[in-house]
Design a protein around this ligand. Structure first.
Ligand code: PMV
Length: 332
């Protein structure tokens, strides 16, 4: 099954007929996984091996505006700079758009304002694809449900399926070959007082894409077999932590989940290592601070930056320890 078959299943009519507005626009927040998505059961459709659970960062993400242009290709402006047609970002975005212009050829002016660095492990592709699909839904008046939009976002980037909501979100792995049961949904719990801190180590784009790193882990890591077990263990614990507002359970489970994912990557061949010396130095500092009584945990994605988890009451202490940290209140 191809991505275009999924698009056909969702749209049973000509996608872009009539009803078009002049502009479509939408914001999507970036999301940080507390239980990670690592590995695909279907590479073409971005169907994951396991379910995952994330938290949205309300202030961080992508605002995308689209309008139909008279050109013969899409024009993409990212944070005020027009991108060359041969950049990976443009190629990937245009290929995604191709899915939606089956019968009718249209090209778009796309303006993206993103307040996180691109491809540095801060989920830029998640908020990028989610905001693009929401903006298309707005432009073409598709009136799709959030579930359908989550499925379509997933075709751009797996973690984008989770970027359509604020707060905690679960992405169901599903079992169907067509992935129609593989979408994200918001979880009912809120946690005012929960903070995420971004500890930026490097804003450089990563050298190995998460797509490639995932595949290499599946193909070569002897540890990958334990990943599903780890997720099956962590998911209920995270939900229990959310339900009971048990912060050390939330933080400890998230940190351990991220480290297990990185352990599997490190044991791939050739090894995939997203740690820089500064990443490790920060981890060691966090472990030491925790021993000294500061309730603080981290998670890390496919890049060297860390995201810290802590409660509002400790924000002052955290700021004192990490001067350059950017603190985000996840339920403002
Ligand atoms: O959606 P992708 O292909 O960018 O992969 C995301 C992978 C991680 O960020 C490491 C984990 C996750 O669940 O977001």
């Amino acid at each position: 099954m191809k991505k275009s078959d999924v698009v056909k299943m969702i749209f049973d009519h000509d996608l872009n007929k009539e009803r078009r507005r002049e502009k479509g626009s939408a914001f999507a927040p970036t999301n940080i996984a507390l239980c990670k998505y690592w590995g695909k059961r279907n590479v073409e459709l971005n169907l994951p091996v396991t379910s995952s659970l994330s938290i949205a960062l309300p202030d961080k993400g992508a605002l995308t505006t689209v309008s139909v242009c008279n050109d013969v290709s899409d024009n993409i402006v990212l944070n005020g700079n027009k991108l060359n047609q041969d950049t990976p970002f443009v190629i990937r975005t245009c290929q995604f758009l191709d899915l939606f212009r089956a019968n009718t050829k249209w090209f778009l002016d796309i303006d993206i304002k993103m307040n996180i660095p691109v491809a540095a492990g801060l989920a830029s592709s998640a908020c990028g694809f989610a905001s693009l699909i929401l903006a298309l839904n707005d432009l073409f008046n598709w009136n799709l449900s959030k579930r359908e939009l989550s499925i379509l976002s997933r075709l751009g980037s797996g973690s984008a399926s989770r970027s359509l909501w604020m707060g905690f979100v679960e992405w169901h792995a599903g079992v169907q070959a067509d992935g129609m049961d593989c979408y994200a949904e918001p979880l009912r719990w809120e946690w005012p007082g929960l903070n995420v801190g971004i500890l930026a180590v490097s804003h450089q784009a990563k050298s190995v894409s998460s797509r490639e790193a995932m595949q290499r882990t599946i193909d070569t890591s002897a540890l990958y077999g334990s990943w599903s077990k780890k997720v099956a263990h962590d998911m209920p614990l995270l939900k229990q932590a959310l339900q009971n507002k048990n912060f050390s359970l939330l933080g400890g489970t998230s940190e351990s989940n991220a480290l297990t994912m990185h352990a599997a990557m490190l044991s791939s061949w050739p090894p995939v290592c997203y740690f820089l010396p500064e990443t490790l130095a920060f981890m060691q500092k966090i472990w030491k601070l925790r021993q000294e009584g500061l309730d603080i945990y981290f998670t890390q994605d496919a890049g060297p930056n860390l995201k810290l988890l802590f409660l509002e009451k400790n924000a002052g202490d955290v700021k004192e320890q990490f001067h350059d940290i950017e603190i985000i209140r996840v339920f403002p």
